[in-house]
Design a protein. Structure first.
Lengths: 115, 113
């Protein structure tokens, strides 16, 4: 597709369940980023990938959060044993390369509600 | 570490008013600076950017100048329109964390007719 594609667009899950959020970046973009947007917290950086490797995982909120990227393309963010405070919009973004000044393009986000 | 501070909203203006949204930053290294906009019901999109000191980014009538001496990147528009109503985010990136964006908390702008 032409832009960053995320699925599902909306997810309601019960507390304690695991969820997987998928991101399909713009074709050819080697850098991929995950963010979380929640009311009162703004935009929180979670993790980035350069190719398939994630040099910086320090933004992941807890060990319940993990992410992987395969084939230098699709990425999956997994949240295990979801908690209500995980409710947020999870945004994926990509750029041509992880270099300064490159435009980072965002997907529309996956709205996660934990009940 | 890196951080961005922008003025808190919401900002409410009448159509054709002058807009300024202040943004200051703290960074290790030499950052690139960005303004992103999020229109109601839409995703984040780049509004403008500047990659070195004294550069001016501009788009859709908006402007911001990279001021290294004051570590600022204030967003301005001479005459706002109702369609400019959105949330505006100031951001920076450096070579740390693969040039991931560090965002400010966002400023909500409402323009009334």
């Amino acid at each position: 597709g032409a832009g960053v594609s995320q699925s599902p667009s909306n997810k309601v899950t019960e507390k304690g369940k695991d969820v997987e959020l998928r991101c399909d970046p713009i074709s050819g973009h080697t850098a991929l980023y995950w963010y979380r947007q929640s009311l009162g917290q703004g935009l929180e950086f979670l993790i980035y990938f350069q190719g398939n490797s994630a040099p910086d995982k320090s933004g992941l909120p807890s060990d319940r959060f993990s992410a992987e990227r395969t084939g230098g393309s699709v990425s999956t963010l997994t949240i295990q044993r979801t908690q209500q405070e995980d409710s947020a919009v999870y945004l994926c973004a990509s750029s041509l390369a992880g270099t300064g000044g490159n435009t980072i393009y965002f997907g529309e986000g996956s709205w996660l509600t934990v009940v | 570490g890196n951080s961005v501070t922008q003025m808190e909203g919401p900002v409410t203006l009448s159509e054709e008013a002058f807009l300024t949204i202040n943004c200051t930053y703290t960074a290790t290294g030499y950052p690139s600076l960005f303004w992103y906009v999020q229109y109601p019901g839409e995703g984040l999109q780049l509004l403008l950017k500047a990659t070195k000191a004294d550069d001016k980014g501009s788009n859709k009538g908006f402007e911001a100048t990279y001021r290294k001496e004051t570590t600022s990147f204030h967003l301005e528009k001479g005459s706002v329109q109702v369609s400019d109503s959105a949330v505006y985010f100031c951001a920076l990136s450096t070579s740390n964390s693969g040039y991931a964006l560090n965002f400010g908390k966002g400023t909500s702008l409402l323009v009334t007719p």
